[in-house]
Design a protein around this ligand. Structure first.
Ligand code: ZN
Length: 118
């Protein structure tokens, strides 16, 4: 089984320059991110992944990414304060620490498994 975040590509690629009433910040940086997201072709990648997984008898599950990066995989405490930096996760309730990407991946996998459980 393969679980992945159901990324909202349209939100992530919204114009970085904003509007006249609400101009964007870090426009060049965000434009670069938008370009890389589009360039990577997530939709195409996921289509190929699903086809390959199906031919290998595997299931691909898209999960809601909400709170996957701020929920403690040990105790379940969910708080934005758990996320110390982009890379560091430290649970303010139980003290569990790990790389934020490992925490996110663990929570996405659990959410995917939960969706498959009848
Ligand atoms: Zn915890």
């Amino acid at each position: 089984m393969i679980a992945h975040e159901a990324l909202r590509i349209s939100n992530m690629t919204r114009s970085a320059s904003g509007t006249i009433e609400q101009p964007g910040t870090n426009v060049a940086q965000k434009s670069g991110l938008n370009y890389s997201i589009l360039d990577a072709g997530w939709g195409l990648f996921l289509n190929v992944l699903r086809a390959k997984a199906e031919s290998a008898g595997r299931v691909v599950v898209a999960v809601n990414p909400a709170n996957t990066s701020r929920t403690c995989p040990r105790c379940g405490h969910c708080a934005k304060e758990n996320r110390v930096t982009q890379a560091d996760f430290r649970c303010v309730a139980c003290g569990h620490t790990d790389h934020a990407d490992v925490v996110g991946a663990t929570n996405v996998l659990r959410a995917g498994l939960a969706l498959l459980t009848p």
